[in-house]
Write a protein that binds this ligand. Structure first.
Ligand SMILES: *Cc1c(COP(=O)(O)O)cnc(C)c1O
Length: 854
């Protein structure tokens, strides 16, 4: 029989892995150090390694190499230099049986690796010289990298900042996710509209990952369950799946900044299982086998582009289950490999659920423990709850994930049974808490039975976790008050607030080298590891020569961004105008159209008063709209339409410019945040959970115009209210207004300028006479306006006038800009990760023992 049992193959591999690991336990001397060291950081060795990779990995010589060949060779050269510490890190964790944070996220928006890895290794300078001695420009090679767009926006980027901080803080951690073949779509703008193109980021190969076929796992899907009594007389449930797919891990090294730690990002790719193929082969159905193979591989084919809104798509549920099951099986393998009992799993791993996308993990861990490892239910439940913690990311009820019950049963029949059991036990507990209150019991249930029946993933996450957190203080309070109030009433001790943060390595040291140089000259370079030290630049806020350098840096960054804008849009912008920026996903709640209305109003003012003195501004927008979100796409068209008119009107074009930068991404962000002067954070209060873009702007010295929403509140608190342009309703006022009945037209009646702007848009002035084009947007504002643009408009416009006045005072603005940067110490993801480690994960730094690395 030529049929290979994949399970057996995997078991054999496990055995091999164990032998290899035994060797690792011996002292460093037992390591076979390579004869000629492949990982030295000297310039000569870097050059040698680069040329070797060009020849032996890419098969090229310098004179015929493409830019991609050169980039790949450099990337491999750098990866080689991460391997020793990567290896030491794994060996240290294994040996010390270190408590490990497993960060489960369906998205990791990593950004380009090369620059960050050079920074972490501390070899940027040597590499630059090595390349230049070969006649190559490092910056050009850096630009060659295609970033892995494995996320939609803030949530995926948060995961990326967090795993970087975990490594820098030397905390044992592993990021688990999906290796999508196609990341978030590539956005182009045609005739002012968003057009989506596939993102084939793997086209030219990914030099950073290492595939580990020997750690592949099997994942079941569909089918039915059977009850039976096993040989020892135990009641058991068997899941007979409709199909099985293999999950193959691809590992990427995540080095900490200037430490011995290199953690792992482990992303799973779906493949057809061999047994499955052979089964069909044996019936002679070759093409059938191939087509099934393709179906299996669809599981990790594409990232779903819809954040903040449910889809109810079967493939999406399969994707979520796929990566969660792979990851849990992987952790159980590690647990056994470390010689630890399955029942102490919760002591070895702290699993964080980044939103509800991986929440199915609660049921899956129960299944693995109870069905496969024969752990009694109560014990398994105890382990599960002590293992998981859940981060909520949204207050928008329409964004809460729920799966139609029938779909769920079709894909995960065994998990539905387990969820029913969890629910029955949970509701018993709830009935004791809320005696006689059956409406509350119905609200708490894991199953929504109010109409068509659904499985509520946020409820599963809350019930199966020992900690639940929001991502900014306001957000956490609103969770307790509204969205999760019944859970809060039952378990107040589970609720925490963990304000988000971003990594100062990528978002300052790497993307703003000029600022890095100035700050380092003044206060040393320790701030790169400890961003709270940035407060030491505060005394320079009133130093005129420092202020002059500060302004020169901002101007140089603006010149750089202007070149990017010219290249991507053909629009020439003036680096001496104010750069007013709103970059983020396009969404009604984020209110890019509020800014668009104000720009149209400025234009209207300038046309009616020719000599009006306003500060020249360049309005820069960027962001993707979900492909199925028509209203968001129309918002893009509104911005580009207003831009087309303004940019081509000789009366105003030296004073106003409007740019829509296509395909906003981490790569673009690294140009945008350092060049911004005004950061637009104008969501309706109570809608933005935290925001992290707001932090990147402030760290780079932009001032914020913003509402009392998400982390804006905390940024304002830190930088001081005089350094923040506040406008708009508070969350409380939004609630009050909604309670008493919001009538947008009343606000319109009080603001004639706003009324004339809406009329101008409706007249077709910005749409070549097409008065229908923007009607859906305008009608909605007049009759519903769920995000209360009309209520906030006057306050916003008045605040923008204050911004103008402040900008005219060059020294005053510079001072405010310095103070913004100096007072953002709190917003490093290092601070956030320390809080998670102390309050949720109970995880500690485990410095890596150097064996391979020097
Ligand atoms: C930081 C970041 C975001 C999140 O921005 P918000 O303004 O917080 O919504 C989205 N996309 C990219 C590429 C980012 O770097």
């Amino acid at each position: 029989m030529n049929r290979i049992d994949p399970k057996e193959a995997i078991l054999n591999d496990h055995a091999n892995a164990t032998i290899a690991v035994r060797k690792n336990e011996s002292p460093a001397g037992a390591y076979p150090r390579p004869e000629h060291d492949r990982s030295s950081l000297s310039r000569e060795s870097l050059k040698r390694a680069f040329l070797d990779h060009l020849l032996y990995t890419q098969g090229k010589s310098l004179d015929i190499a493409s830019k991609n060949d050169l980039y790949q060779s450099l990337a491999h050269t750098v990866r080689d230099r991460l391997v020793p510490s990567w290896f030491d890190t794994a060996a240290t964790y294994q040996k010390r049986n270190a408590r490990t944070v497993a960060y489960l996220s369906a998205e990791f928006l990593m950004g380009p690796y090369l620059g960050n890895n050079l920074l972490s290794l501390g070899v940027s300078h040597e590499i630059r010289l090595a390349m230049s001695e070969l006649g190559l420009d490092l910056d050009e090679l850096l630009r060659q990298e295609e970033e892995p767009g494995l996320g939609n926006g803030g949530l995926g980027r948060l995961a990326a900042c967090f795993i970087e901080s975990l490594a820098t803080l030397e905390v044992p951690a592993i990021g688990y996710g999906i290796r999508y073949e196609y990341g978030i779509f590539y956005q182009t703008i045609m005739d002012g509209w968003q057009v989506e193109n596939t993102d084939a980021w793997l086209r030219y190969g990914n030099p950073w990952e290492i595939q580990h076929a020997e750690w592949a796992v099997q994942v079941k899907l569909g089918g039915h369950t059977e009850q039976y009594t096993d040989d020892s007389g135990r009641f058991r449930v068997r899941w007979v799946p409709e199909k099985t797919v293999a999950g193959v891990p691809f590992d990427t090294p995540i080095p900490g900044y200037r430490v011995g730690t290199t953690n792992t990002l482990r992303l799973w790719r779906a493949e057809a299982t061999e047994s499955f193929d052979f089964h069909v082969f044996n019936r002679g159905d070759y093409l059938g086998a191939v087509s099934k193979k393709v179906t299996s591989e669809n599981l990790s084919k594409v990232l779903y582009p819809n954040d903040e809104s449910r889809q109810g798509k079967e493939l999406r549920l399969e994707q979520q289950y796929f990566f969660v099951s792979c990851s849990l099986q992987d952790m159980l393998r590690l647990q056994q490999q470390r010689g630890q009992a399955i029942t102490s799993f919760h002591k070895s791993f702290a699993i964080q659920l980044n939103d509800t996308h991986p929440a199915i993990g609660v049921a899956e861990l129960m299944r693995l423990l109870v069905d496969e490892h024969l752990v009694p239910w109560e014990r398994a439940w105890d382990i599960t709850r002590q293992t998981f913690a859940y981060t909520n990311h949204t207050l928008l009820p329409e964004a809460l994930e729920r799966w139609p019950l029938e779909l769920f049963r079709r894909v995960l029949p065994r998990h539905l049974e387990i969820i029913y059991e969890i629910n029955a036990r949970f509701l018993n507990e709830a009935r004791i808490h809320f005696f006689g209150d059956e409406t509350r019991i119905a609200r708490l249930s894991l199953i929504d039975e109010s109409g068509e029946r659904y499985v509520r993933m946020a409820h599963l996450a809350c019930v199966g976790s020992h900690a639940i957190n929001g991502v900014a203080n306001l957000h956490s309070e609103l969770l307790k008050r509204d969205l999760l109030k019944d859970f809060y009433a039952m378990w107040p001790e589970k609720f925490q607030s963990m304000t988000n943060g971003v990594t100062p390595r990528r978002w300052v040291a790497l993307s703003n080298p000029r600022l890095t140089k100035l700050v380092t000259r003044c206060i040393g370079d320790e701030w790169i590891k400890d961003w709270s030290l940035i407060s030491n630049i505060e005394p320079y806020a009133d130093d005129p020569s420092f202020g002059g350098e500060w302004r020169a840096i901002k101007r140089a960054n603006k010149v750089d961004l202007a070149a990017v804008i010219l290249r991507k849009t053909g629009i020439r912008v003036d680096p001496d105008s104010m750069f007013d920026v709103q970059v983020k996903r396009i969404h009604e709640y984020k209110r890019q159209h509020l800014s668009a209305l104000h720009i149209a109003a400025l234009y209207h003012r300038l046309k009616s008063q020719r000599n009006l003195d306003i500060v020249p501004r360049t309005f820069i927008f960027g962001g993707k709209a979900a492909p199925g979100y028509a209203r968001a796409k129309l918002m893009i068209k509104l911005i580009t339409a207003i831009g087309d008119v303004i940019n081509n009107d000789p009366d105003v074009r030296d004073r106003l410019k409007v740019v829509f930068l296509p395909n906003y991404s981490v790569t673009l962000g690294q140009w945008v945040y350092p060049a911004a002067e005004l950061s637009e954070q104008i969501s309706l209060a109570g809608k933005e959970a935290s925001g992290t873009g707001n932090m990147k702007f402030a760290m780079n010295g932009a001032l914020t115009i913003g509402t009392m929403d998400g982390a804006n509140i905390e940024i304002r608190e830190e930088v001081g209210e005089d350094q923040f342009f506040l406008f708009g309703l508070t969350a409380e006022e939004v609630y009050a207004l909604r309670r008493e009945g919001y009538r947008p037209q009343e606000h319109l009646a009080r603001d004639p300028e706003l009324a004339s702007v809406l009329d101008l848009i409706r007249s077709g002035f910005f749409s070549r006479g097409d008065s229908e084009l923007f009607a859906p947007l305008l009608d909605d504002l007049l009759h519903h306006d769920p995000y209360m643009l009309l209520a906030d408009y006057s306050s916003y416009a008045a605040c923008q006038t204050r911004v103008d006045d402040a900008y005219r005072d060059t020294q005053g603005w510079t001072r405010m800009s310095v103070l913004n940067t100096a007072r953002t110490g709190k917003f490093s993801s290092d601070r956030a990760i320390r809080e998670y480690c102390e309050r949720i994960w109970k995880a500690h730094a485990v410095p890596v023992e150097k064996m391979y690395a020097r």
